[in-house]
Design a binder for this molecule. Structure first.
Ligand code: PHE
Length: 341
């Protein structure tokens, strides 16, 4: 092949737009390999007259340098393009919305229980657990509700057998704790938990619900302490500018007994649909521990006294978050639960 022809072919071939790294390296061995045209030109050199050899050698070398240079340049270009393409393909659009991680959320009832627990733990209370299948003895008798007492009608009960029942109130934990304390120790506990009554379920009743009991027993606690404590709780739950009002009431295990209202957080006391025009909303029952209860549970009522309160967590949740049907609290609807993250 003519030198000049070969030179042209080399530069055409190496500038071919369709080359890729694979075909480029094939091209390289085609021209620069042992059996390539450049090497065969060099081997022809021995047949030339001596005086032509240097000139010819120079030209062939120039060809080899050209091919090498073109190869190197093309290779660099193709490699750069490959990197650019890869970067383009793997580019991350940081403005795209991220993938959402589905984490759980706290149930509103637990949220309120935790809120109240936090508050009372801060005031030195211990959280006390109880059992849901309870003895009639603790749920009723030791709380001053003997068999056939009319107060039993206030709490229609699921009996498991003659002695045992599904506790109707967390007050049952009071009796356990007092008996356990042997009549000579101070008590300061709150007891959250599930409770059960044979109610027909509707928008405001559920056969299964949640209560939080509070009990303080020591030698000098008074009703003023109870009022102060409930005042703090009402403010924590419903806002700092709330007030509470105590109304006389009746529970067999407290004497005197009270029902506690909080000033309406919707109309601020003016009267609205939520507070039924009264400006007040009932939130819980409470009272001073009845002497009979203290006595039955081993405390001398001349030395010790106590206060107790019981709050319905569902009621607080419904009031606080404007939930109008108690059943939605048990529907396990994640859309609802997620709102309380
Ligand atoms: N256990 C009562 C109820 O369920 C509430 C209560 C608790 C009242 C403690 C007074 C003292 O209705």
């Amino acid at each position: 092949m003519e030198l000049e022809e070969l030179r042209k072919k080399i530069s055409d071939d190496f500038n071919d737009m369709k080359l890729n790294l694979q075909t480029l390296s094939e091209l390289r061995s085609q021209y620069l390999g042992k059996k390539g045209p450049i090497n065969s030109l060099l081997s022809e050199m021995k047949n030339l007259p001596n005086e032509e050899k240097p000139k010819f050698g120079e030209k062939v070398n120039a060809l080899r340098n050209l091919a090498t240079k073109l190869f190197d340049e093309k290779k660099q270009e193709l490699e750069r393009k490959a990197v650019e393409e890869k970067l383009k393909k793997e580019a991350v659009d940081v403005t795209l919305p991220g993938k959402e991680m589905n984490t759980g959320s706290i149930h509103v009832l637990n949220k309120i229980v935790e809120e109240i627990e936090d508050l009372f733990i801060g005031m030195g209370y211990k959280v006390q657990d109880g059992v849901e299948v309870e003895k009639d003895l603790y749920n009723f008798q030791l709380l001053n509700i003997p068999e056939n007492h009319p107060a039993r009608a206030m709490q229609d009960t699921f009996y498991v057998d003659k002695e045992r029942l599904l506790r109707t109130q967390t007050s049952a934990v009071q009796a356990h704790k007092m008996l356990e304390s042997g009549g000579n120790k101070d008590i300061k506990i709150i007891c959250p938990g599930r409770t059960y009554r044979r109610d027909d379920d509707d928008a405001t009743h559920s056969h299964e619900f949640t209560q939080m009991e509070g009990l303080v027993v020591n030698k000098d606690v008074t009703m003023a302490d109870l009022k102060g404590t409930l005042n703090i709780m009402a403010k924590r739950l419903f806002g700092e500018d709330r007030e509470i009002r105590l109304r006389p009431s009746y529970f067999p295990f407290t004497e005197p007994s009270i029902e506690v209202d909080v000033s309406c957080f919707k109309c601020h006391g003016k009267g609205c649909a939520l507070c039924k025009g009264t400006g007040w909303i009932e939130i819980l029952g409470a009272g001073m521990v009845n002497n009979n209860v203290l006595r039955m549970c081993g405390y001398d009522p001349d030395v010790y006294q106590g206060f107790a309160f019981g709050v319905g967590i569902e009621r607080i949740a419904m009031l606080k978050y404007g939930i109008d049907d108690i059943r939605t609290l048990y529907s396990n609807d994640l859309r609802q639960n997620k709102q309380f993250k």
